[in-house]
Design a protein around this ligand. Structure first.
Ligand code: ACO
Length: 317
């Protein structure tokens, strides 16, 4: 996370809002903002170093870097190539852009590329500086977002035993529907007006789509994975809004105690939200080696999807 923490009370000093309104509508209490000169690739690099250390691998073994981001350092080249340069390694590197669903899309792309047997160790990073897209005069969006980055390492294991069959990414599903393009977008872009623009959102409509599509994609991925909801140890949803998280849990009939929520601590960090929540859940000893985890996310596009992953490494006998 960047070091600049901003509570609802601090935000209320320059946005016409209140802790009460933000807490009640979204569950958010704090968010973090990048400092002057701090970029998405800086946060992505920091998160990568932590992920590589925790995975206990040599950084030179990484052969693929995918950064999910909507807020790159530059329009081009990709932020992933900057992370590669900062890490000082050789790896195929590129960005994916599916806004808040970016991390799920990156998982899906990585699984396909690793299945082709070309890549063995993939660094996946969700990183966004959403504060750069906020219009501080629009209180209905500016209070919801923050900056951050999270990263994971995906490794390919092969052995004769079928011990690995039920490990790693069991299934991913991803969807997009441009008919909902205008519900959540920026009002600028390179080829439209040569600006980055600010976030515009039809909040109530997005809310309904989020509950519906987060639930349906999770049902779908459970079916693909031949799992039922009771077999899931933890659901780590996109951290946008506590009311959305609660509504999805209710719709899916999943025990709320199995749902990881960190949105109060950092607001909506877009593609970073799932890996950040996963990191906190591991650090606080909730998620453990061998747990079956569900992820689901939705963002502008609309783009949405879900994954089922058994995380960690099996102990070989
Ligand atoms: N502080 C104080 N008052 C506010 C604020 C604010 N920050 N923002 C809006 N208001 C006021 C409005 O002006 C309005 O006042 P009025 O009744 O006098 O006209 C009142 O609050 C209600 O506004 P609504 O827009 O109707 O508020 P709603 O209950 O729909 O909540 C919200 C808005 C939180 C955005 C909600 O629609 C929502 O959660 N949508 C989901 C969107 C989301 O989470 N998006 C994240 C990105 S997408 C994703 O990641 C899934």
């Amino acid at each position: 996370m960047p070091i600049n923490k901003c509570s609802n009370e601090s935000l209320s000093e320059f946005v016409d809002t209140s802790d009460e309104w933000i807490s009640k509508r979204s569950g958010i209490k704090n968010r973090y903002f990048v400092s002057d000169g701090e970029t998405t690739s800086d946060m992505a690099y920091n998160a990568s170093c932590i992920a590589i250390k925790n995975a206990n691998i040599n950084k030179n073994d990484i052969d693929l870097i995918i950064v999910a981001t909507t807020t790159p350092d530059h329009t081009f080249p990709s932020t992933a190539t900057l992370v590669q340069k900062k890490l000082g390694i050789n790896a195929v590197s590129f960005d994916v852009q599916a806004v808040c669903a970016g991390f799920i899309f990156a998982l899906s792309v990585a699984k396909s590329m690793m299945s082709e047997k070309l890549y063995n160790n993939c660094l996946i990073i969700g990183a966004d500086s959403m504060s750069k897209l906020l219009d501080w005069n629009d209180r209905s969006t500016s209070v919801l977002f923050g900056d951050g980055a999270g990263a994971i390492v995906l490794q390919k294991f092969e052995c004769n035993k079928n011990i690995y069959d039920d490990w790693g990414i069991l299934s991913n599903v991803i969807h997009s529907d441009g008919n909902f393009y205008d519900l959540l977008k920026t009002n600028g872009g390179v080829s439209s007006n040569q600006s980055t623009g600010f976030i515009e959102m039809t909040g109530k409509e997005v809310f309904k789509h989020a509950v519906d599509k987060l639930s349906s994609s999770f049902e779908e991925v459970l079916t693909f994975s031949k799992k039922n909801i009771d077999e899931i140890d933890w659901l780590i949803p996109h951290q946008a809004n506590q009311r959305i998280i609660l509504a999805v849990a209710e719709k899916m009939k999943i025990d709320i105690n199995k749902v990881i929520s960190t949105v109060k601590d950092h607001g909506n960090t877009s593609a970073a939200s799932i890996p950040l929540a996963l990191h906190k859940a591991i650090r606080t000893n909730k998620v453990k080696n061998g747990n079956l985890i569900g992820f689901n996310a939705i963002g502008g596009g609309l783009s949405w999807g879900a994954s089922i992953v058994r995380i960690g490494k099996p102990q070989l006998l």
